[in-house]
Design a protein around this ligand. Structure first.
Ligand SMILES: Nc1ncnc2c1ncn2[C@@H]1O[C@H](COP(=O)(O)OP(=O)(O)OP(=O)(O)O)[C@@H](O)[C@H]1O
Ligand SMILES: [Mg+2]
Length: 282
């Protein structure tokens, strides 16, 4: 698909997002009145040995906002996401998630991580559990929900991603795209206030990508705060409020999705988008 085709299609499909904070969170599939948490990152540095991967990142995601993070392989996108929920410990800088300061020595990591749902390229479902059990095990163990309560919630989230009818299957009886939608539903059963996605569709067969992106779009329209690492430029144009382009550990360009993707100003952004949108150099 050419860039202009993809632009006109995504412009046509663009759907207004809820504007009021009153609407935020209440429309999240299976809605619980969960409020949305924002993220603020200031002066973030992260090194692995001598390799400085993040070289002073400043960026934010407002409550209810959807930010797509794009950039070449190795530019530090996954490391940035992993710092947000403290799967990595930054060397310098501050990160706040809602009321939690992720980088504070006394941060309550369990409480902070309960606010954050994360969906990875690999879905990491428990292979020996049914879809429903995958979605109820953590709410039961961590939130102390009863079996009935957890199942009601899980079925509502599975319904929202179109998979309620497959709740008794095991993960290996599902397509990759279906498994990824289960992973999204599973994350949502914990009632997160922020969702982090790290290339959720890049391991999928092309024909299953659309259903996963549709579930993510629905979540965005319901007011979830989302930070999404993706190479899906059509999705970014249509769904993201803002796009951030990273290169070699720094934010090089950011702005409204249509501007950054449709009319990038920085040479490195232009070069990256040319390679992503026209991989054969056409
Ligand atoms: N745990 C680790 N130990 C050592 N080096 C690491 C570790 N995690 C990441 N790196 C290095 O940090 C750099 C950035 O990696 P990162 O995975 O954040 O990039 P990325 O932008 O997500 O790339 P991709 O698009 O390929 O997923 C790479 O050079 C990588 O080798
Ligand atoms: Mg990565």
């Amino acid at each position: 698909m050419s860039q202009s085709q993809s632009q006109s299609q995504s412009d046509a499909a663009r759907t207004p997002r809820p504007e009021t904070t009153a609407a935020k969170g209440t429309g999240v599939p299976g809605g619980h009145g969960t409020s949305a948490a924002g993220v603020t990152i200031t002066g973030l540095h992260k090194s692995f040995g001598d390799n400085e991967v993040l070289k002073g990142i400043d960026m934010s995601v407002a409550p209810g906002e959807v930010v797509c993070l794009i950039g070449a392989s190795g530019s530090g996108k996954s490391t940035l996401l992993r710092c947000v929920n403290r799967l990595e410990t930054p060397n310098a800088g501050t990160i706040t998630v809602g009321e939690h300061e992720a980088t504070h020595p006394d941060v309550n990591l369990d409480a902070m991580r309960r606010q954050i749902g994360m969906v990875f390229q690999q879905f990491n479902l428990f292979p020996h559990l049914s879809v429903l059990e995958n979605c109820t095990i953590t709410p039961r163990r961590v939130l102390g929900q009863s079996k009935a309560e957890a199942e009601t919630e899980a079925l509502a989230q599975l319904d929202a991603v179109g998979l309620e009818h497959l709740s008794e299957r095991r993960p290996d009886q599902l397509s990759g795209g279906q498994q990824q939608r289960v992973a999204i539903a599973r994350a949502l059963t914990m009632k997160p206030q922020l969702m982090l996605f790290d290339e959720p569709t890049s391991a999928l067969d092309p024909e299953t990508v659309g259903d996963v992106l549709a579930s993510m779009r629905k979540l965005a329209q319901a007011g979830m705060t989302m930070l999404v690492v993706t190479h899906e430029m059509g999705f970014a144009r249509e769904v993201a409020d803002r796009v951030v382009f990273m290169d070699q550990g720094l934010v090089v360009e950011e702005g409204p999705a249509a501007a950054v993707i449709g009319d990038p100003q920085q040479p490195r952004t232009q070069d990256f988008l040319r390679r992503v949108l026209h991989p054969l150099g056409e």
